[in-house]
Structures are given as C-alpha cells and as structure tokens.
Design a protein around this ligand. Structure first.
Ligand SMILES: [Zn+2]
Length: 186
C-alpha cells in the first residue's frame, strides 16, 4: 500500500518484482487480504463477517475492476484517449450494486453510504464509483505511471512533484543512473 486513493491501490495489485510481473489478486484469500489491508480507507464499512462471505464472483469483479483501472490510468498517465471498452466496463461495474446515501444523526449528523446487497459487492461498486470520479474529474491529469526501473505502479501525484511511486523506486532509479554513468566512464 502506497497511501494512494484506494482505487489506484487496487490497480497496483498488479506489480513487478525484479522486473517480473506479479498478480497480487489471484485467489479469494488474496482479495480478502487486500480488502482487510485497505479497509480503514474504504468509503464503505466492511465488517469481519463480510470478509468471510467473499467468493469467486467477487474475485472476478475485483480483477475486472483492477484491469479496467490500469487501462484508464495508463491512458491518463500518457495523455491518451481512454479505451472505449474500459470506459464501458467501468460504467457497468459502477452500476452493479444499487446504493444510496443516508442521513444519520446519532451521535451527530453524518452521511453514510448504504445498499441492500452484500457488503463486498457494495465495496467493489463504491470503488468503481471512485474510479468514475477520478478519471472523470481534474485529478485524471495527476495520474502518473512510476518511472522506476521495471516498476508498473501508478500514483496520483500532488505537490511536491515526483516521478516515482515510492522512495524505493526513486533510489533504484538513481542507482541505475549512477551505474550507467560508471559503466560509460570505464
Ligand atoms: Zn515504482
């Protein structure tokens, strides 16, 4: 987890280790682990018992959303038009679970998101809704692909400007530049 918006974190469950692509969402337990880690930052309350009911269907939905987010992030980061299939997929995922906002007044007035279906399906729909807001709003121009050697992660860059998803990638890039310079000199 990089502290990015949860939907970007979902996109980053495809990552690279020493330049080799890895899939962090291959199994239902992978999805349970990811949801448990991101839970405090989700727009929807997810209880422990909700995590028990996660199945293959949720995994398929999460993976489709992940791949869709990566496609849209790639287009945004490179200033390209988004793939129409990815746009259609995102809109389909965003309307999968009907949900609404409710006013709660105890202990103090606040807004909570509610739905009639299972919580995990709702979480995935809410993440798709976050992606709609991200790629349909001004933050789209802030989406970047990490420039670290072999890195395939995305991030939303704010101030200060940065080119890397993490300090680790920045250090690896500096080391690679240094190595290239030394090799050129010898
Ligand atoms: Zn990186």
């Amino acid at each position: 987890m990089l502290g990015e918006p949860p939907v970007i974190e979902l996109g980053n469950t495809t990552f690279a280790v020493r330049g080799r692509p890895r899939d962090g969402l291959r199994t239902v337990p992978d999805l349970v682990g990811w949801l448990r880690a991101i839970r405090p930052r989700l727009p929807v309350v997810l209880a422990d018992e909700d995590l028990v009911g996660i199945g293959e269907d949720d995994l398929r939905t999460a993976r489709e959303l992940r791949d869709t987010v990566r496609s849209l992030a790639d287009a945004a980061a490179n200033g390209r038009e988004p793939d129409p299939d990815a746009v259609a997929a995102l809109n389909r995922l965003a309307r999968r679970t009907p949900w609404w906002r409710e006013l709660r007044v105890d202990p103090e007035p606040r807004v909570v998101a509610s739905c009639a279906g299972p919580s995990v399906a709702f979480v995935l729909t809410a993440l798709a809704d976050e992606a709609v807001a991200l790629f349909g709003g001004p933050a789209r121009d802030e989406v970047r692909a990490c420039q670290g050697p072999g890195c395939v992660l995305y991030f939303v860059h704010g101030a200060p400007r940065r080119d890397y998803c993490s300090a680790g990638c920045g250090n690896r890039a500096r080391a690679a530049r240094h190595y290239a310079k030394v090799r050129q000199a010898t």
